[in-house]
Design a protein around this ligand. Structure first.
Ligand SMILES: Cc1cc2nc3c(=O)[nH]c(=O)nc-3n(C[C@H](O)[C@H](O)[C@H](O)COP(=O)(O)OP(=O)(O)OC[C@H]3O[C@@H](n4cnc5c(N)ncnc54)[C@H](O)[C@@H]3O)c2cc1C
Length: 451
């Protein structure tokens, strides 16, 4: 049996999954580990940035969803004494005190907001079960149930409550990358891990640093886009753009499904088995982007919470990207966040920062009925759909995606020579950062078990 220190492992992709695998292998005596990463940075869909020279923002993951022992991202943060901040329960992010406003600037009354919220929360708790048994999609179920639940309200109040519901559905869409209509409604936030959500006030970068701190610097190769993985021989060959090649006894592939969809035919020599290829084709990638707006002098009072955009069905083209913004959320003393999901997230990417900034300024002035609000001084916009190294935000469980298909994504090939990690490969937590971590640990363990 080979000495662990001599086993050659190449990890393709340096996001949470790849880094977790690398760190776990290294900690267990595997010293010949090479991680190849296409970008000039590690972290993948975890990316802490600074806006306006001061404020930290997260372009990708920003919540540990389920602060409990079953969540390996939470455990990692705890083990490394990383400061965690409590945020309100996910759906409790909706608070009556937020500004619930219609496009004409009317603020919806607190009693209607309170009632709408209660009904909505009640319905949320049933989505997973009901959509399974009734075979309806989660959005359809929510809309019908909500409409029935508010029948006793007056006509005008019902219309306002429906506007609130639209804002809440827009927010829920964030969890499935905008395709709740096509989803099984089984993941967050319908079946959350216990413990509520937490954030890292000092930035997700700390989580990444905790994974890289013990890795020797020459084990990580940035700016190394992998262009082929030849697994025809017992010795695999991983080739990067420019021709650099790595021989390996095991390759762990932690590429996003969006990237695998686009490149799998060219990437793998020989082609992947039909079952694996079909799983990659079947699992859909969701789309989610974030817009951070920063003002040197904020126009709002600290602690405002959120400006909740309560659209009616007649407002704007539903396909316009701004129509999918659920809220402008106060994420720092000077910064508001708008999220856009689904096709609209991709549509957003066809606009430049300045156009997005102007549209957001227009919306804020319109909803707050205040034309004198200044435009933001800075803007940061994510573009995960056109990013060649992500091709989308994260997967969602489409109606045709069974747990077996997700398991197939993560199943190894050829006596564990080629292994697969990544957020998509974990049926109980797909899409999330903790799924990525769990998958990296799982694949590292598979190799550890062999030696
Ligand atoms: C906007 C947004 C918000 C999110 N919010 C949350 C949240 O609040 N909580 C949560 O739990 N999760 C959240 N997520 C999901 C979470 O970020 C991901 O599930 C997780 O980070 C994925 O990790 P990964 O290692 O599987 O993939 P990635 O992080 O994508 O890592 C894959 C790596 O492969 C690299 N790569 C790609 N192609 C090549 C190539 N050819 N050669 C070499 N390297 C390559 C990429 O550059 C990347 O570094 C969010 C994601 C997005 C986009």
């Amino acid at each position: 049996m080979l000495d662990r220190a001599k086993v050659r492992v190449v990890i393709v992709g340096g996001g949470m999954a790849g880094l977790s695998a690398a760190q776990h292998l290294y900690a267990n005596g595997f010293k010949n580990v090479t991680l190849v990463e296409a970008r000039d940075r590690l972290g993948g869909r975890i990316q802490t940035q600074i806006i306006g020279g001061k404020d930290l923002v997260e372009m990708g993951a920003n919540w540990i969803l389920g602060a409990c022992a079953a969540n390996p991202a939470f455990v990692l943060a705890k083990q490394n004494n990383i400061q965690l901040g409590r945020i309100t329960e996910l759906t409790g992010r909706w608070v009556v005190e937020d500004l619930w406003i219609k496009p004409d600037g009317t603020v919806i009354g607190a009693n209607i907001v309170q009632r709408a919220m209660e009904e909505f929360r009640q319905i949320l708790g049933q989505v997973s079960e009901k959509t399974k048994s009734l075979r309806v999609n989660p959005v359809g179920f929510i809309k019908v149930s909500f409409t029935l639940a508010i029948q006793d309200m007056s006509g005008a109040d019902q219309r306002d409550a429906l506007c609130i519901m639209r804002s809440m559905v827009n927010f829920l869409q964030v969890y499935d990358g905008g395709y709740l209509e096509r989803s099984r409604g089984k993941g967050e936030p319908f079946n959350p891990l216990p413990g509520g959500a937490m954030c890292l006030p000092d930035g997700m970068q700390f989580l990444l640093d905790s994974l890289t701190k013990d890795l020797p610097s020459d084990s990580v190769q940035l700016n190394s886009q992998v262009v082929s993985i030849d697994w025809s021989d017992p010795e695999c060959r991983v080739t990067c753009e420019g021709g650099r090649t790595h021989e390996a006894d095991h390759v762990i592939i932690s590429l996003p499904v969006g990237v695998l969809k686009q490149h799998r035919k060219k990437l793998f020599i020989p082609h992947l088995p039909a079952k694996k290829a079909e799983a990659i084709n079947t699992v859909p990638m969701g789309k989610l982007n974030k817009i951070f707006l920063r003002w040197e002098k904020p126009f709002w009072e600290p602690g405002m919470g959120a400006i909740q955009l309560c659209w009616s069905d007649d407002d704007a083209e539903p396909l316009d990207w701004w129509r999918r913004i659920p809220s402008f959320l106060e994420v720092g003393p000077n910064v508001l966040l708008a999220m856009v999901s689904g096709e609209q997230a991709e549509h957003l990417e066809s606009f430049c920062d300045q156009e997005i900034l102007e549209k957001c300024s227009f919306l804020i002035r319109q909803f707050l009925r205040n034309p004198s609000i200044a435009s933001p001084d800075q803007i940061l916009v994510s573009r995960w759909c056109s990013d060649p190294y992500s091709r989308g935000s994260f997967i969602y469980q489409g109606t045709n995606v069974t747990e077996e298909i997700l398991e197939e994504l993560g199943s190894p090939l050829e006596e564990h020579r080629v292994l697969f990690a990544g957020e998509a490969t974990v049926p109980w937590a797909y899409g999330k950062m903790h799924a990525a971590r769990a998958s990296g640990l799982r694949e590292a363990e598979r190799i550890i078990g062999l030696y």
